[in-house]
Design a protein around this ligand. Sequence first.
Ligand code: BES
Ligand code: MN
Ligand code: ZN
Length: 489
Amino acid sequence: MDILFRKNEISGDTALIVGVYEDLALSKTAKKIDEQVNGSLAKALKIAGFSGKIGDLYDFIALDSLPVKRLVCVGLGKKNAVDELAAQQIGARAANALLTSGETTVAFAVDDLPAAPIGFGAKIASYRFTKHKTVFKKPVTVKEFHIMTDKAQIAQSRYEPYFAVAKGIHTARDLVNEPANAVTPAAFAKRAEELQKYGLMTEIYTPDQLRAKGLNMMLGVAQGSVNPPRLVVVQWRGCPNDKNTHVVLVGKGVTFDSGGISLKPAKGMEDMKEDLAGAATALGTLQTLAMRKAKVNAAAVMAMVENLPSGTAQRPGDIVKSLSGITVEVVNTDAEGRLILGDALWYAQERFKAPVVIDLATLTGAIVVALGTRYAGLFTNSDELGARLEKAAADSGEKVWRMPMDDEFDEQIESDIADIRNTSNAGRAGGSITAAAFLKRFVMPETKWAHLDIAGVALQEKNAPLTPKGGSGYGVRLLNRYIQDNLEK
Ligand code: BES
Ligand code: MN
Ligand code: ZN
């Protein structure tokens, strides 16, 4: 669905959406229509119990007296209280109202509301992953979503950066939604390469190169699968005269997590195609930065592997030497994310020496138990970075919740025969925190580091206004916002 901005013009064949505030305060265009039907619009809404709250909808179909083909009223909430995030919600609800209605073009008269975030909300709400479907029950029919505003030109230019964010989100969603037979580590690398058309630089490292470098934790996880691993490094250099890299995103990219020899139960295992969501979000964010030509130098380091059991698979109890030199006892092959991230974090820091490193990972089931499906767990060694990410979360609508991250947990990952082990020696208690404690061992003291555990938020089981069920693209908005507000020149 395309978002187009144009000036307010309606005719008899328009499928029109208008806004109504709480207490039935009509927006400008709603009032105009109401006058043309002698006040019966307001009367009908009152009888229908229309509240005007965000989320409230009323669909008038084929009323002869209406000056349009079809009219939908959407709630706008309290008058003068439509901020950035409310506008996104309103756009999403307006788009969803007629998305599968059979209409191909719809027009939303937004009057003086912020048009660009409304367009963004509509755009990301209209996302569907239909690539593998040949039969459709309720296809999206709307091709053009017209946003009618007096300042169409200004709205169009304000929408451009939002469009970049939407495209980054859609890339991340696509990669999570694709099954593991479609997105192997090599296939992911190829997609990253395709994004070079936006000005990104992509490097892809094969198993031989990883062996030469010494990313043995990553290779150990990958060794059970016939689909070989890839380390994918993508850079956006928006400040070409500056040699420094200002931020590195490190992504967990397990294209399928069966658990390996420590095999997961069958129930729900299909969801483990989502285990590359951290890498997908890192890549989507870089795409967004490139598309909006952000004045920042950013890199993404994505560790792509498939975790499968086989005769060549890593065994519980194996000891591997990480890139950092730390030796690790692999007690449970299902705690694979921290293994690949340990190497990827070390590589990222040695290579780029960036002051800020943020990793994203569907790391633990425990974070889903702790925080549910809307909050990501935030772990950091820097209160300042933590506060900045919390601010970006509040402003972008992608929520985080700060989790503890102190030395208290370090002894739980001590191993009897290696330096550390990949699971806690204290059972399941605080499973997300011990995972973070493991990652911390691969963070250099000078690095401001944050870890986002996105296991609960990456794949949604239910439709929400801005996020149809499936891959959510969580993190693109949050990180784009963090970078925009804190790192751009
Ligand atoms: N990929 C999983 C975590 C996960 C769980 C992601 C649910 C998305 C939804 C991770 O690799 C894993 O298996 N973690 C184990 C760790 C345990 C073996 C210490 C877990 O959480 O059970
Ligand atoms: Mn696992
Ligand atoms: Zn995993």
